[in-house]
Structures are given as structure tokens and as C-alpha cells.
Design a protein around this ligand. Structure first.
Ligand SMILES: Nc1ncnc2c1ncn2[C@@H]1O[C@H](COP(=O)(O)OP(=O)(O)OP(=O)(O)O)[C@@H](O)[C@H]1O
Length: 295
């Protein structure tokens, strides 16, 4: 559905996006995760053909980025859309539908999905941030797109609104649609995405299902307390399969890699090192996200 290869965008000396390889498959919800300023919006704007990449290439529906025939099949909420403040949400959508040559019936179906409900008849100017966001999503749904590109769609929504947005996204995908949604909140993406891509400083630092990313980047950690600690550190560094070792005073932390706690315990005892504590800590996805997006 979306294929990006080596995509980059620079503004002078600012590399907003660099060498980005990313692929979104038909029918999936892809969570595009990164801190503020990581490059999510810039990527989405390139996907829609709103800005031109400086390097690399990409396709959406097999067509070059910005190709009108593929853009017509995409619904997006990337920049806050401009609505007429004194018109109702519904009338704003009717206008948009007319501009795009769409039937009026698409207005009611997208309003229904957006959850704006009875407030659709109120003036836009009186909407809360959450209602404006819902109207933006309703606008993205006009014309029954096959691909939804949503930049931080839960911005301004309360917890109930966030849940409804997740349901909307899930239902859209369950009905055969594809969704690319961005967020800076792991917890939000975790609950709805089939696969995620983590972007940091313009680069994709991890991509896969949550389980794959957790296994690849976040294997269990072993906390070892042993005397003498320096000798334990040396022995642990030499232990086969261990990925990395950090020592803080008498505590040594080990990224287990392919090694096992039992094997490590035996290895230390054989070296004559006294082990007073050996504890395995599973790492949460939050730890992984924090780790790969740390400055
Ligand atoms: N038009 C522009 N001119 C100069 N720099 C820009 C421009 N657009 C984006 N940038 C810079 O590119 C980087 C990535 O910005 P981008 O908006 O893509 O990040 P983001 O991940 O969407 O962040 P946020 O969650 O804060 O929206 C930032 O350092 C930003 O300041």
C-alpha cells in the first residue's frame, strides 16, 4: 500500500526525515511512533504529495507520491483542516463534498463514523478541540477512502474520545481499509496497531509487530549482585551470548541476548565469584521505546 525507500527531506541544514524505508501493507493499522519533532508530519506530507522529498522515492497504491489518482483514494487528517467558523460541521462537510464532486450521502455516513453525533448541526466556532478533531476525521472519511492517513488523531480528545477513535480506526481496517496513524504516545498506538514503526531524529529506528520489536530490541535483562563486582563484570562480558553489560557499584545489569540466567550463574560460580542476587526483569515496550528514542 505504501512503500518508501531512502526517503529524505531537508530544510537547509535541518534533516527533518532521513533515509526512511517504510512499508505499510494493505488492510493493516500501522502506528507511526515518535517524539515531537521526530519527522512524522513531514513524512505524511510527503506521502500526500504536499511537499516534495529531497532524496529517495516512494509509492502509494503503486503510484509515485502525490499522483492524483492515488491521492483520490486517500483520506487524511494531517494539517488542521480549515473550516468555516460560522457554518455547522455538517454544512462544512457538505461544502467539502461538493468541492470534491462527492455525493451528499457521504456526509452523513462519515459524520456517523466520526462520533460527532448531534453536535454536527452546531456552528464550528462553538466546537471543543475534541469536536474539531472529530470533524477533521469526518472530513477525511468523505468519499470512502481506502487508505486513511491520520496525524495524531487523538489530539485534544478525552479518554472516552480516544477509545472511540481507536474503535473507528479498528473498524475501518476490519472493513478492509488501511490506516497509517502517528502518535507520540506508545500506549495509544500499542492498543490499535498491527505493526509499528518508530521514528527518531528523522530515521526509522525499528519496525515490526509489537512482539517482534519487543523480542528484537527488548529482550529480558538480568540484574546480578556479586562479589567482587569487577570480576563479575569481566566474567559476564566474556560469557557467550550476552549482548551488553553495565556495572553500577556492586550491581551488574546484563542484556541477556541468547544467554540464560542459569548458565550465567554457573559461569560466575565456576570463576569463584559469590552471587548474592540474580533477578530477571522483563522489559516493557515502553522501556524499548524510551531506549530507542533517547536523545
Ligand atoms: N517547513 C519547515 N521548515 C524548517 N524546518 C521544518 C519544517 N517542517 C518541519 N521542520 C523540522 O523538521 C523536524 C521534523 O518535524 P515534523 O513536524 O515532521 O515532526 P513530527 O514528528 O511530526 O513532530 P510533532 O509530533 O511535534 O508534530 C523538526 O525539527 C521541524 O522543526
Amino acid at each position: 500500500m505504501i512503500e518508501l525507500a531512502g526517503l529524505g527531506k531537508s530544510y537547509g541544514t535541518v534533516h527533518a526525515v532521513r533515509e526512511l524505508d517504510l512499508s505499510v501493507r494493505a488492510g493493516e493499522v500501522y502506528g507511526f511512533l515518535g517524539r515531537n519533532g521526530a519527522g512524522k508530519t513531514t513524512t505524511m506530507r510527503m506521502l500526500l504529495g504536499l511537499i516534495r522529498p529531497t532524496t529517495g522515492t516512494g509509492t502509494v497504491f503503486g503510484k509515485p507520491l502525490g499522483d492524483p489518482s492515488s491521492v483520490a483514494r486517500i483520506g487524511s487528517l494531517v494539517e488542521s483542516p480549515a473550516f468555516y467558523p460560522h457554518l455547522s460541521g455538517r454544512d462544512n462537510l457538505r461544502l467539502l463534498a461538493r468541492y470534491s464532486g462527492l455525493d451528499d450521502s457521504t456526509v452523513d455516513s462519515s459524520l456517523e463514523l466520526s462520533g460527532l453525533g448531534e453536535r454536527a448541526g452546531d456552528r464550528f466556532t462553538g466546537y471543543s478541540l475534541g469536536m474539531k478533531q472529530r470533524l477533521g476525521v469526518a472530513a477525511a472519511l468523505l468519499g470512502k477512502p481506502e487508505l486513511l492517513i491520520l496525524d495524531e488523531p487523538t489530539n485534544g480528545l478525552d479518554p472516552a474520545g480516544m477509545r472511540e477513535m481507536r474503535e473507528l480506526v479498528r473498524n475501518f481496517a476490519n472493513n478492509g481499509g488501511t490506516v497509517l496513524l502517528s502518535s507520540h504516545l506508545l500506549g495509544e498506538v500499542e492498543q490499535v496497531a498491527d505493526r509499528i514503526g518508530i521514528i527518531h531524529s528523522g530515521r526509522l529506528v525499528a519496525e515490526g509487530t509489537l512482539a517482534e520489536i519487543r523480542t528484537r530490541l527488548g529482550g529480558p535483562r538480568l540484574v546480578v549482585r556479586a562479589e567482587p563486582a569487577a570480576a563479575a563484570e569481566t566474567a559476564l562480558r566474556a560469557h557467550p551470548g550476552v549482548r551488553s553489560v553495565r556495572r553500577d557499584g556492586t550491581t551488574v545489569e546484563v542484556d541477556l541476548g541468547t544467554a540464560t540466567a542459569a548458565g550465567i550463574n554457573r559461569g560466575l560460580v565456576v570463576e569463584g565469584i559469590e552471587v548474592s542476587e540474580l533477578r530477571v526483569e522483563e522489559r516493557t515496550l515502553e522501556d524499548v521505546f524510551t531506549g530507542v528514542t533517547a536523545a
